[in-house]
Design a protein around this ligand. Sequence first.
Ligand code: NAI
Length: 336
Amino acid sequence: MSHKVTLIPGDGIGPEITEATVRVIEAAGVDIEWDRQEAGIPALKEHGETVPNQLLDSIRENKVALKGPLTTLVGKGFRSANVQLRQKLDLYANLRPVKSIGGVPSRYDKVDLVIVRENTEDLYSGIENLISPGVTQAIKVVTERASYLITRWAFEYARRHNRKKITLVHKANIMKVSDGLFLRIFEEVARDYPDITAEDKIVDALCMRLVMDPSEFDVLLLGNLFGDIVSDLAAGLVGGLGVVPGANIGDEYAIFEAVHGSAPDIAGKNLANPTALIFSALLMLRHLGEHDAADRIWKSIVVTLAIGHHLTRDLGGTCSTTEFTDALVKEIQSRS
Ligand code: NAI
């Protein structure tokens, strides 16, 4: 079966790792027609805006996109194109599976967590004001609708994937109204899922527990900001940002992308590890029903990493992006 997918190469290391990912998918024999579209800084240069209409039209038509990272300037410049995409397409669920992989040097060897992050509101609302010189405020928006949607999505995901426990992570002791609302809705929705254990933890305590013993947790449900921070912490438990995938999912559309950013420190040097984006592409292939190809790529990555002759620098090796991808493609082809 043939698929049409929007491909957003992004910037920084984005073009290098998306190219590697496309090669890997082709090697597995999946027939995809890629509709290449720019976003972020490259789109600003070409179209005068960071999220052009033709990009949104492409995703609305194809329903699925694979995306490289996009740089967002710190403390100045345009509003994050990532945040805009998630809000405009109502991609309210951000799924980030965090799993130990043999061969990847890491602090723990049996981590199997799923992070579900609310993706459309919270402190990412973009509402910030200068009240008077030297006095600022940022608004944390938490609505009943978004809290309900993400909580229901997390429980449905847990049930479909045979997960046993969901931990809501919040700061309702301090943000009694906003996080308090999220917690109340979580407790309400949890009653419909007696087969899944529901618990809640305050975010600071959760971070400590997660570092001490990640096996205590199964699915973590978080608001947008805590989800962003705890995802990177969790990536650090299994070998770093180079190996953790992600997906932004709504009722109609889905954008698959790694957890990491555009890594300007190594961009254009053929040093980036494409594994996180390839794992994100596996989530995409499963979403498209291409389970055989996804299984074959998964096994090939696991073998390539376990043999350890072709590791990128972030995993302690000396290989370039291209050398790693060549080895992986060869492994996939040997299984065809
Ligand atoms: P980052 O994730 O880009 O990099 C953090 C560190 O991890 C760097 O040392 C980098 O070299 C390393 N790293 C990240 N991905 C890697 C990979 N695939 N292979 C090897 N090493 C890798 O985070 P940073 O530096 O905070 O952000 C850079 C830019 O990316 C910012 O403009 C930020 O806004 C943007 N960003 C974009 C995201 C997206 O498009 N979804 C997500 C996170 C950040």
